[in-house]
Design a protein around this ligand. Structure first.
Ligand SMILES: Cc1cc2nc3c(=O)[nH]c(=O)nc-3n(C[C@H](O)[C@H](O)[C@H](O)COP(=O)(O)OP(=O)(O)OC[C@H]3O[C@@H](n4cnc5c(N)ncnc54)[C@H](O)[C@@H]3O)c2cc1C
Length: 430
């Protein structure tokens, strides 16, 4: 249902942001954790207007429609073949240089790799109910515009405005529930009675999912790689599972291109897991912590929890973790975090000027005459650089910060020596 501004930026790099924007809904209202009596405990902040990525910070969508745009987008590439409705039965010696298994939680490619399964402890079944609401119903009109995480020990729930007339309820299964009967309208409507009933909406779909918190170690073996739920799963309390898979794709795509197209060492591909695993782990750990707040069903513990928030509503944002060690300078954040996307003087968003390449932003004097194949963007991101007391930043093709420089010597060192895997032409030639 939800993706963030960074993911919209990834759609932008795939040339699809404008099309995606026509089928999704942006919202600045955030996610509110509310207790059984209706008191707000915590809010995951929304962002007004374009956020640091140059796009709204939060977007809501209906998966089949978004997938339609992505599939349509694939038609732009004559070398891409789609085989829908086919099952991969085994993966063995291949003609392909690389296989990326984005084959979900029960990944066959993962079995071929033999990754190590690390259980992070949360496994909980939830019922998912998608409704098409009657826009003229007063009860529909009264529904909140923001996402509600109802922390009611009687029955935790999530309510999301997906867009248009579509709303999603996620309802936690309680001891004694019969999962086979929960998708029965006579069973789930009463659970939603405080919001609306069968006169206010039409059922589109009801299904039970089990939310998991799991990571795998071993995302690559030779020519096989994993991405998405095949190598990590999070409970959806932050709306970040697919977002993590999209970040995997953005991280891996430029590295595969550099290896396959430019002949860089395939050791670069080992930096994919070392960078991404700690990053996604930060999101999963936070989702598990939020799950502990939301999923509390012991009344005494829930009352104790509510008292913790009596001093006021706790506000938080999505984490902005640093990538693990890999293809970046060994330095504290903001190295290894994503650089924002400002607008350029000509009105374009920064990434439009970069394409799928390395880039250097910084003071014009610092960049003047620099021998490099990277895209030079003088005086771009000035406020950000000043705030971090640096004069230039080297950005990778996925816009994560490779290195920062305070003077010309540091910048030349970073551009010249730091990226053994980068395109030979990109390296300093003087
Ligand atoms: C209720 C719920 C709500 C969620 N809400 C959000 C949210 O708001 N935001 C968010 O970012 N994430 C959310 N998530 C998580 C998100 O759905 C997943 O992280 C995401 O779908 C993972 O994508 P994936 O492509 O890695 O795997 P999947 O979506 O599982 O896709 C894998 C695909 O591979 C196919 N496949 C598997 N094996 C084979 C085979 N052998 N041969 C051929 N095909 C195969 C499957 O059919 C499937 O199409 C939610 C999850 C749930 C359950």
């Amino acid at each position: 249902m939800h993706f963030d501004g960074e993911v919209m930026r990834i759609f932008q790099s795939a040339g699809l942001a404008d099309k995606v924007a026509t089928v999704v809904r942006s919202s600045s209202r955030g996610m509110h954790f509310v207790n059984g009596e209706g008191r707000t405990l915590m809010i995951r902040r929304g962002i007004d207007g374009p956020g640091p990525h140059g796009w709204a910070g939060n977007w809501y969508f209906h998966q089949p429609i978004l997938e339609g745009v992505l599939r349509e987008g694939l038609k732009r590439f004559a070398n891409v073949r789609m085989h829908l409705g086919h099952d991969v039965a085994s993966v063995d010696d291949l003609d392909a240089r690389y296989v990326v298994g984005c084959d979900g939680a029960r990944s066959l490619v993962r079995q071929a790799i033999g990754s190590k399964h690390i259980d992070l402890g949360l496994h909980q079944p939830w019922l998912v109910v998608d409704l098409l609401c009657d826009p003229d119903s007063p009860r529909t009109k009264a529904l909140p515009d923001y996402t509600v995480q109802l922390c009611d020990p009687a029955r935790p729930m999530t309510v999301v405005n997906v867009g248009g007339d579509r709303r999603r309820w996620e309802i936690m299964l309680m001891p004694g529930d019969d999962p086979a009967r929960l998708t029965d309208p006579g069973v789930f409507w009463p659970m939603m009675a405080r919001w609306l009933g069968p006169d206010d909406a039409q059922l589109e779909r009801a299904a039970v999912y089990t939310f998991h918190s799991v990571v795998q170690e071993g995302w690559r073996k030779g020519h096989l790689l994993l991405a998405g739920d095949a190598c990590h799963q999070t409970p959806p309390f932050l709306g970040q599972g697919m977002c993590a898979g999209m970040r995997d794709a953005a991280n891996l795509a430029w590295k595969l291109a550099v290896v396959v197209r430019d002949g860089a060492s395939d050791a670069l591909l080992d930096t994919y897991e070392s960078e991404r695993l700690p990053h996604v782990r930060t999101f999963i750990d936070l989702a598990v912590k939020l799950g502990a707040v939301l999923q509390e069903t012991d009344w005494t513990a829930a009352a104790h929890r509510d008292r913790r928030f009596e001093a006021g509503v706790e506000m938080f944002d999505f984490p902005q973790p640093q990538l693990g060690p890999g293809c970046r300078f060994d330095a504290p954040p903001p190295v290894g975090t994503i650089f924002p996307q400002p607008r350029l003087a000509d009105g374009r968003l920064m990434d439009e000027a970069i394409g799928q390449r390395f880039a250097i932003v910084g003071e014009a004097r610092m960049l003047d005459g620099l021998q490099t194949d990277a895209v030079l963007l003088p005086d771009v991101g000035r406020d950000w650089l000043a705030r971090h007391e640096v004069r230039a930043a080297i950005l990778r093709p996925d816009r994560y910060i490779h290195a920062l420089a305070c003077d010309r010597q540091e910048l030349e060192m970073a551009t010249g020596a730091a990226i053994p895997w980068a395109r030979p032409r990109w390296r300093r030639t003087t």
